[in-house]
Ligand binder design. Structure first.
Ligand code: 5GP
Length: 116
């Protein structure tokens, strides 16, 4: 069994974090340390530690993450100018929280994709 992270507590609202969206599959809230004007995390309610742990049964949830990202980008008013969706995996990917999440970042030009 994978160990729960702070995200499970946020999803269950045991840690009071304002939610931007929640349904039976996913939850979205603002990143605590925003890297851009707009920085939202979209998280599956089910604990999946990394992208490597995804299973076929998770495909609906992954699809929902994208449609919620699209909806939130519009709500934030960043859809027309554009934004970036990021999922980090493991150490080289820079993953810090082992409960997969999609970063929705925008609200300003984001520059080149990678700063190696
Ligand atoms: P990762 O590096 O794993 O892709 O991203 C983890 C993200 O979660 C970071 O951007 C970090 O700022 C954010 N984060 C970590 N702990 C919390 C928290 O307790 N609340 C919120 N809202 N975001 C968090």
């Amino acid at each position: 069994m994978a160990e729960e992270t702070i995200f499970s507590k946020i999803i269950r609202q045991e840690i009071p974090t304002p939610l931007l969206y929640q349904d039976d599959l996913v939850t979205a809230f603002r990143d605590i340390a925003p890297q851009a004007e707009s920085h939202i995390l979209i998280v599956p309610n089910k604990l999946i530690p990394t992208v490597n742990d995804l299973e076929q049964d998770d495909e609906l949830t992954m699809g929902r993450m994208f449609t919620v990202a699209k909806q939130l980008a519009k709500q934030e008013g960043i859809d027309e100018n554009g934004y970036r969706l990021i999922m980090n995996c493991n150490q080289h990917g820079g993953q810090e929280v082992y409960h997969i999440h999609m970063h929705l970042v925008g609200g300003q030009p984001l520059g080149k994709m990678l700063n190696l």
